[in-house]
Design a protein around this ligand. Structure first.
Ligand code: ADP
Length: 488
């Protein structure tokens, strides 16, 4: 049966083509889903615009909006097993990972609810005796939320919760290959009591439906997570419309292992930083710099750990790496490995897809370590979005900083050292939005997240994350009984 989509509070078949959700591990079809047509986009956006303007929503008390988000969190948690399985079926990540993402989505909804209840507007400085001023925050209106396939439930709640808490309506366009979770989220928000029209989930191709949503004149904000080239395209559209964006884009994050690092801790952390999610993470620590004095020792241990990683069916417990998203992506990852070889790189471990047995039906790629390249090599500069780590040696810290920053990206970095003074100095010198010291890929919803340089614009999360979906208004109240002086 073809799945319906969620158009302005109604479940019905989209009027576009059908697409399939496919299980990456064996290419079996999970579901056929109808997609939105351009008419569906118009209808959803127009109804969203009516819905957010209704005073019952935009003027609702913050705790009333929060109540819905608390319920969303409870429902997600109660359905954690089912939602994790669904996401694994959609994107091929191991169940342990999709479970962690599902629980983090619940935590995000709860955190945003609490932030929503406790946000204040300000009385601004009152210098003049005859008037007072206030700065209040208003919703921006209809928000386009566009999400990628690698961590759908987490990135979707990260956008929906603050946008709705801010009094807006949202048109969510999930990645065409992983739309199932977004449709479940629509059911969850509906069950939690979100008024009709405030949320639509429009499944469809990015270049057609995504494009039509962001170009719609009534859409007043774009919140996007995905590739840098799509982000740049959306930024052009936003510039034409003079609307704001939050763009969370790609990365080629440097990880640095200093001479005094705890080798065991660092080797395990580096392996986790690049190979978890099979490297399909914008924050993957994909460029490694190791101090020359420990290079051989560290690399031997890293290779040993990497050889011990289990690549396999994502529904089997204990797997470290599941399938890549699809055969096309597998081919692109492998093409980068072949390019690295042409550039003079040596593959120390991995470097191939699994082509035998049951796993051959999926898109499994072995965790891969490449040495012998210079930071200027194409393989060291471009985002591969797969389980491929390039390793370089460094001597001098000034040169290390220059190389680590020699990238168009600036999303994240990792530093492994026992010397916290050095770690602090390095952390400040790196041109990235997030730095992990002696850990990697840890996330707190309370810490703002986003990129420097071509890794993005704007920040998500944090207590003030809701304000990214609002605009400030200054209100002046005259207190004097005298006319304005000019009228005297
Ligand atoms: P990835 O490389 O992770 O697939 P993309 O940037 O291609 O990243 O896709 C991320 C999201 O952006 C997906 O939901 C995709 O459908 C959407 N998208 C792709 N192209 C466009 C576009 N031209 N306009 C709007 N959305 C788009």
């Amino acid at each position: 049966m073809v799945k319906e989509i969620y158009i302005a509070g109604e479940w019905r078949l989209g009027r576009g083509d059908k697409i399939q959700s496919v299980f990456p591990a064996d290419q079996s079809v999970n579901a056929e889903i109808s997609t939105a047509s351009l008419d569906d986009v118009n209808e959803a956006v127009e109804k969203a615009d009516l819905a957010w303007r209704q005073s019952s929503w935009r003027n609702s008390m913050p705790h009333e909006r929060a109540r819905i988000l608390y319920k969303v969190a409870d429902i997600i948690e109660a359905r954690v097993d089912e939602l994790s399985r669904l996401q694994t079926r959609d994107n091929g990540k191991p169940l342990a990972e999709t479970r962690a993402l599902t629980l983090s989505a619940a935590a995000t909804a709860r955190y945003v609810a609490a932030a929503c209840e406790t946000l204040n507007d300000e009385l601004t400085t009152q210098r003049a005796p005859d008037f007072m001023t206030m700065s209040v925050h208003e919703p921006v209106g209809v928000v386009a939320a566009i999400t990628p396939w690698n961590s759908p439930i987490a990135s979707e709640v990260q956008k929906l919760a603050p946008a709705l808490a801010g009094g807006n309506a949202v048109i969510l366009k999930p990645a065409e290959v992983t739309s199932l979770i977004a449709l479940e989220l629509a059911k969850i928000f509906e069950e939690a009591g979100l008024p009709k029209g405030l949320l639509s989930v429009l499944v469809g191709r990015g270049s057609v439906i995504g494009d039509a949503i962001v170009k719609h004149p009534l859409v007043r904000k774009i919140s996007f997570t995905g590739g840098t080239s799509t982000g740049r395209h959306l930024a052009h559209i936003a510039a034409d419309k003079l609307i704001t964006t939050s763009l969370e884009l790609g990365g080629k994050s440097p990880t640095i292992v200093m001479q005094d690092a705890d080798i065991e801790l660092a080797a395990k952390g580096v392996a986790y930083g690049i190979f978890s999610s099979a490297g399909q993470a914008c924050i993957a620590g994909s460029r490694l710099f190791v101090h020359h004095s420990i290079y051989d020792q560290f690399l031997n241990r890293l290779v040993e750990i990497t050889k011990g990683l289990r690549v396999g069916h994502p529904e089997t417990a204990g797997m470290h790496l599941g399938s890549l998203i699809n055969p096309k992506h597998l081919a692109s990852v492998d093409a980068y490995v072949q390019l690295a070889k042409k550039e003079g790189g040596q593959v120390l471990v991995g470097g191939e897809a699994l082509t035998e047995g049951d796993l051959a039906k999926g898109s499994f790629y072995l965790p891969t370590i490449i040495t012998g390249l210079n930071n200027s090599a194409q393989t060291c500069q471009e985002e591969i979005f797969g389980p491929v780590l390039v390793v370089m040696k460094y001597d001098d810290e000034a040169d290390l900083i220059a190389q680590a920053n020699d990238s168009c990206f600036g999303l994240a970095a990792g530093i492994w050292t026992e010397n916290y003074r050095k770690a602090w100095q390095l952390a400040r010198a790196l041109e990235v939005g997030t730095v992990w010291i002696n850990t990697y890929k840890k996330f707190s919803i309370s810490a703002p997240f986003g990129g420097f340089k071509e890794s993005g614009i704007g920040r998500e999360k944090g207590r003030l994350g809701i304000l990214a979906y609002m605009q400030q208004k200054s209100i002046y109240m005259g207190l004097s009984e005298q006319p304005n002086p000019w009228c005297d």
